[in-house]
Design a protein. Sequence first.
Length: 485
Amino acid sequence: MGFTPTLMLQLLAALVAGGFTTLTASPFELWWLGPVAMGLLYVGLHTLTPRQAALKGWLYGVALFASGTSWVYVSIHDYGYTGVPLAVFLTALFVGVLALFFAGTFWLYRRFIGPRWALLTFAGAWVLGEVLRTYLFTGFPWLLVGASYVDSPLANWAPVGGVYLLSLLVVLTGTLGAELLRRQWWVALPLAAIWLAPLALPSQWTTPVSEPTRVALLQGNLPQLLKWTPEGQRTAANTYSELTREVADETDLIVWPETALPMIDSQARPVLERVQSNLPPETALITGIVQLDENDRYFNSVIGVGNVEGSYQKEHLVPFGEYLPLESLLRGAINFFDLPMSSFTKGASEQVPMQAAGVAIGNAICYEIIYPALVAKRAADSGVIVTVSNDTWFGASIGPHQHLQMARLRALENGRYVVRATSNGITAIIDPRGDVVERAPQFETTYLTGEFYAMEGLTPFNRLGSLPVWLLAGLLLLPGVVRRR
């Protein structure tokens, strides 16, 4: 592979595009850089060999994940009991491996897709690459291109086709924009349609029930490194009990975050019963907790007391954080592979929604909120989405801001309020338009009170899912495949 000046310029463009994509997401929210990034990746791609294209894609992925998931280092080093050299190595390994998704996509694209109608085929290949990243090896749909557009003029497309439709439109904007700069004036029409059509789309696909539900979201702000010690358990019980007493008379639903009480459910039951004894009869309290069943299996769960029926067990677990792949080989190798509560069992795919304060709850625990299909499945039978999380693992990084932004997109996709309680932020109430209506400050022991409406009806995305967009992406590839042959 000869590193000619032209190739070096292409590779530099990939690095810049990766940084630009991170800047589209929270907390920066420079969403207009997304089409620029896609244009930088698109221009000149068909002058490269498959191997050169793969390198370009890999460098884009390295720049994207090194800048956009820098919080991984915080999780591994600050909270994973790992020294700096090893934490740097593991973070670099994480970034390099994830970047292979883009290397593979770009290699396959150049190997099998011809240059004709590239402005369409590149967008189709990109979306299918994002789908692959969402599901392969348990998936990692973090920093999907479309996830940054909840505050953009494209936002009204989200209830129609979800995050993958947003990604498709952003990439098309980049490829069409590049062709417009080449004086292909006809592309101005589809460009205008992409950005003006949302003005004609409904702003609301679902309807609220008549009475709001008063909610209080508790944020204990407990140190992660002390959480699972006896002192941490006592502090957690006292903190959440006291915060609950302060809000009990003013709310219908009280939400504690993920594993708010760092103990198994049988140990937590006396604490919860004491708290319940001071609640009004119709008040519901739900909390994240660790459940241990009769077969000695641990579940990351949500349970409740008071006006609550049912429970929820987390379905999509975090590799290395909640379970250890190749456990017989890796367990005990380094401290990071021996984190507390890293041997969970996944919950069932089909679970009946919890009922709390008379509202059907669609649960998503922490990481689950980034999976569009999983959240849509929970939301379809529910009036509100409740997500409990422990973002303490992110520290003071950009991770909690990105996590909140993806929760906002889930609200918009499904036309549901998202009620989000976290250990140290960002705790928030999000309306069905994806707007944050109430938000608590980070890194404070506090609570957030407000209201939400249970919503009725389904968005087109909730009815049809992402399959129509996936099929459209596949169809966009066909002209290039035919021409290649």
